[in-house]
Structure formats: structure tokens, C-alpha cells
Design a protein around this ligand. Sequence first.
Ligand code: CA
Length: 248
Amino acid sequence: MSNNKYKVLVIEDEANICNLLDTILSANGYQAVTVGTCKEGIMMMLSNVPDLVILDLGLPDRDGLEFIRELRKSDITPILVLSARTSEADKVMALDLGANDYITKPFGNAELLARVRAALRNRRTSEVEMAHDGTFTLHDMVIDYARRMVTIAGEEVKLTRTEYNILEILSHNPGKVLTYATIIRKIWGPTDDGGVKKLQVNMANIRKKLGSKPGDNKYIINELGVGYRISEENEHRYARNNGNEAID
Ligand code: CA
């Protein structure tokens, strides 16, 4: 029967990682279902209707990227990619296909849980919060969408139109890494040249105006070589894991 736990579908062929995820998720109030192939994953999407998918890319029957491509034709369930592939190109590909976030094996429990919460927050936000309240709040920063105004601790932050638009787009996607190409397309359209450089300059200005020091993740997280993500409450507690002794 139904209950009020979030359902997490884990698609991963390594039994020890499945067991580990099952243990961590269950201990933290989630209901986990694990399968080992893309085919079973697609069947589970239909029969189980999960709230979140944790997806390995190196699966025995098909590549996990194919799963993302297939699912995103009709389904917006958040996808957290879990993979040993550390290259920026793979991350960008997964995100551009529609994954919400990317975590590299091996991962820490706290980091995993933070990403799970962030991805679920993205789902809730897109469905509920935005519709009822025209503001976005993160720590002491408030974005007022109707007035296109940003304040920190009540003080207005003077952003240019482009800077505001970039921040608004990120805030519409909490828990989701937006790649350079995605942001550039939304701000300047598909044919713009020199977009990444322009985006980085704008982002540096935004960060400065928000009072962020280099490496400060309080409002915006810089996913180096990939894109940007709006931070989550308390997220700065968790260090990013870029380990490389991984299994795929
Ligand atoms: Ca694998």
C-alpha cells in the first residue's frame, strides 16, 4: 500500500553498491528499490512510479545515457547519475540529456544524501513552491520574481538584466546542474559566439555582488568545466567528492 516515504529507484549492476545505497536510503526514511539493468529500470518506472532515480552509467544491457535519453522523452522524474566516469564530457552529456545531477564513485553518505534531498527539492519546487509564492529564498538571499529584485539580508543587490536572468534560471532549478550550453541557450539563444566566456564574466560579477569569495558555495556552486548550480541550505557542509578509485 502507499505510504508517505519518497520512493527511490536505484539502477545499478554492482550488488555491493546496491546494498550500500539500499542501507543508506532506508536508514534515512526513503523507500529504495534496486534493479540491475536498464530494461528492468524502464519497467520499474512504469510499475513503481519513483520520486527519484539514481542511475549508474555502466550497465550490462545498455548505457545509462541511453536510459536518460529514453526517459526524458516523456518523464521529468529527477535523475541523479552515479558513475565512475569522471570526465567532464560525460557529465555534460548526462546533464544535457536531462539528468539533474551527477555524483562520482566512490561517494560519501552525507554527500549522497545531500544530493538526494537537492534533487527531490527540485521536483517539489517545480511542482508546488513556485506556483504559490513568487519568491525564492536561500540563506539570507531572496529573489522576488515579480519585481525582478534580489536582496541579501534585506539589502537590494543591483544586478544587470543579464545577471538577474542567469540567477533566476539557476534558482528555478535547485538541485540541478545547468551546463554552460543550457544557460547560454536560455540567455543569449542558440547561435551566440563566445558564450562560455561571457557567461563566466557575468557569473564572476554575480558572485562578487552577492559577496561570495572565490570557492564560496553559499549561493552558487561552480561545477568546474561543466556548469553551475544553485546551492542548497547547509550544502556548504558537504565537500565535493572527486575520488577516482572507482568501480563502474
Ligand atoms: Ca556499473
